[in-house]
Structures are given as C-alpha cells and as structure tokens.
Design a protein around this ligand. Structure first.
Ligand SMILES: C[S@@+](CC[C@H](N)C(=O)[O-])C[C@H]1O[C@@H](n2cnc3c(N)ncnc32)[C@H](O)[C@@H]1O
Length: 188
C-alpha cells in the first residue's frame, strides 16, 4: 500500500532528525507529533511545541509525562510567533493543519498565520532542514488554507528551497496532502 500523508510526513522527518537536534511541532494538538519528535531528538535534543488552545497543551503535556519525556517545551501561543521562542539552527518543523480532533471544529489553523509561521520557520531552519506540512482540506476553511498554502510554497525561491507536494489523485474523500520544503545546502 502507498503510505498516507501522515506516514510520509514521519518518513521525511526520520530521514534527517538526529539526537541532539532542535525541532518544532507547530501544531501540538494531542501531542502525537511532539512525542514522535521528542523520541527522535532524544534527551540531548529539544522540541518546541506550539498550540493556541490550553486543552491541546494540556493533552500534549499529559502524553509526554506518561512517556517520561522531559526535553519538550510547550508554548501556549500561535506558531506565527515562533521566532520569539525558538533559537536558530532548527533541523525540522512539522505542521499538522486543521482542527483539534474531539474539540471545537471552528478553532482551526488559518492560512495567513500558517504562511507567517512557515516564513519564520524558513529562516530558523538549518541548511538541509525540512518543513513538513500535512494539509487536511475536507472542511471548508481547509480548502482555502490548502489553496493559499500551495500558492505560497510554489513561489519560494528555487535557489534556496526544494518544494515537494504529494497527493492521492483518485480518492473521493479529500485525503490529507503533504508539502515538504527543504532548505538547500548552499542556501543562507
Ligand atoms: C490537526 S490538530 C494537530 C494534531 C497534532 N499534531 C497531534 O499530533 O495530535 C491542529 C492544531 O493546531 C492548533 N492551531 C490552530 N491555530 C494555531 C496557531 N496559530 N498556532 C499554533 N497552533 C494552532 C489547533 O488548536 C489544533 O490543536
């Protein structure tokens, strides 16, 4: 079976993340990605995880505590403010767009803020670092976010970044899509 966007996102992260790295979960939600990242960077590394909902930060905190993880910093703030909290030389940033499963579906990521956050992340990223974005576009605002995001990433400088877009083309249920941005080695 071909891997879905979520599985693909993890493969693209696993390929580059090393123990000791600094990485970012831009949408902590229930903390699945934060936990995944914390294990990859190990005790010597650090994960910064953002969410705008207290509920999400608490769920992430509980998941990390249960797993005995102590190398994550949870930030109750929008990812568009990433540069205020995260140091330079970040290996990877992951976005899982959309709303928190089981919570208020009207609280969702928004294209303007998502794009601001990606712009900030592009500057924080190490050469050969990656931004991995899983796009859920089954809901109305998700469709707008998808369109605006694809337009934005399509315009990124070819000299500085490689941009990949992966989507299943013959499925009727709007399966999630993946965007990966890799900063080129020679990029400043
Ligand atoms: C699909 S969920 C993330 C799922 C999560 N990755 C997990 O492993 O459970 C999207 C999350 O993005 C959060 N969110 C929405 N706008 C945000 C923003 N501007 N900054 C940070 N998080 C935001 C929502 O509160 C929600 O928890």
């Amino acid at each position: 079976m071909l891997q879905n966007a979520l599985h693909q996102s993890k493969s693209y992260l696993k390929e580059i993340i090393q123990p000791g790295d600094v990485v970012v979960d831009a949408t902590a939600g229930n903390g699945h990605d934060t936990l995944f990242l914390a294990k990859l960077v190990s005790e010597s590394g650090r994960v910064f995880a953002f969410d705008i909902q207290t509920e999400a930060i608490q769920a992430t905190q509980a998941r990390l505590q249960q797993a005995g993880i102590t190398n994550a910093e949870l930030v109750l703030a929008g990812h568009e403010r990433m540069a205020e909290f995260v140091p330079q030389n970040v290996r990877a940033v992951v976005f899982n767009l959309g709303y928190l499963p089981g919570a208020d579906h009207s609280v969702t990521t928004e294209s303007t803020k998502t794009i601001q956050a990606i712009e900030a992340a592009l500057e924080l990223l190490l050469p050969e670092g990656r931004i991995v974005v899983v796009i859920y576009h089954g809901h109305e605002s998700g469709k707008i976010e998808r369109a605006q995001l694809l337009e934005f990433v399509s315009g990124l400088s070819q000299d500085r970044f490689q941009v990949l877009h992966s989507a299943f083309l013959n499925q009727q249920n709007s399966p999630p899509e993946l965007v990966v941005i890799e900063k080129k080695k020679s990029s400043s």
